[in-house]
Design a protein around this ligand. Sequence first.
Ligand code: SF4
Length: 372
Amino acid sequence: MRYVDEYRQPELCQRLIAEIRQLATRSWTIMEVCGGQTHGLLRHGIDVALEGVVELIHGPGCPVCVTPLEAIDLAIDLARRPDVVLTSFGDMLRVPGSHESLLQVRATGGNVKIVYSPLDAVEYAASCPDQQVVFFAVGFETTTPATAVAVQQAGQLGLENFSLLVAHVRVLPAMEMLAASPGNTVQGFLGAGHVCTVAGYQCYQEFAQKYQLPVVVSGFEPADLLSGILECVRQLEQGEATVCNRYQRAALAAGNRQAEAIVDDVYEICDRSWRGLGNIPQGGLQLRGRWERFDARKRFALPELRQVESSPCPSGQVLAGKMKPRECEHFATTCTPESPLGAPMVSAEGACAAYYRYAKNAGDGACAQPIS
Ligand code: SF4
């Protein structure tokens, strides 16, 4: 496939691995904050290929995993109402709430409909004027432009039966929280390439300076990831801490200004509770006052929930990079993709699902797949 095959060439990847190994005079700890990158690293066995020189730890980069328990409970509350249809991306359905999941609610008569885009939900609302259609808006900066456009379109259509349950989150404040936490071991970050295609990467400059941590914007193919790691190791070896773009084919320093303008029109920054990590100042987005008629929390007078996780799943430890999935006592025993105890095993982007899929027997790296 054009534009992708060249970033999967085994010779190129092996050369990059050799360069990293040659450059590193010690072991460095690097975190990616993107579920797609986590899966790429595991799928291609990069964690095993770099054993001894780079410790890869996985941050809170899976949007489904960090959606707070209380947001799922509110979505369940809405889906149980007879006049409401709760629309959502499919991977949210199996994430456990306090007592049940949206999938269980649907199985027992709740109104839950899977859509592939927020605009599908707008279209559905336009075709069903007698029903209140709520879209469960989760995800990072990559998904916010689409939900913002949905709100604008609902406004243009004059829809009074469409609203959003907003649980959007922002990557940079989570990185700040991790970098500032006592006992932080992360020495460099791989920036999430797709987030930077929307939000740009100049916003990381102050962060890199303040915490003296390199941030290297990286893509998802094996050569993208290895190139990002190589630059990160180079900076660490040289004592540098700058922002560098290794995803030049898609990410621009200023991001996508048109998308950013749409997001800025519809959303404003707010504090947000992240699942497993607690409240993160400026860690989320909420609808601006002029769009609040599309806010499901206000339309349905939803309560402010503050749930305490009671699940046996230590997802907070995994999401903060303090525990590798296979160190969890439940991993691949009482917690599997078929019977998940927590969101990181449910989501296609979750770290536990990645370890289960690509390295469930690879405590020694034996089952990690070679680059191909
Ligand atoms: S293996 Fe399961 S229980 Fe353990 S952290 Fe992952 S999702 Fe939670």
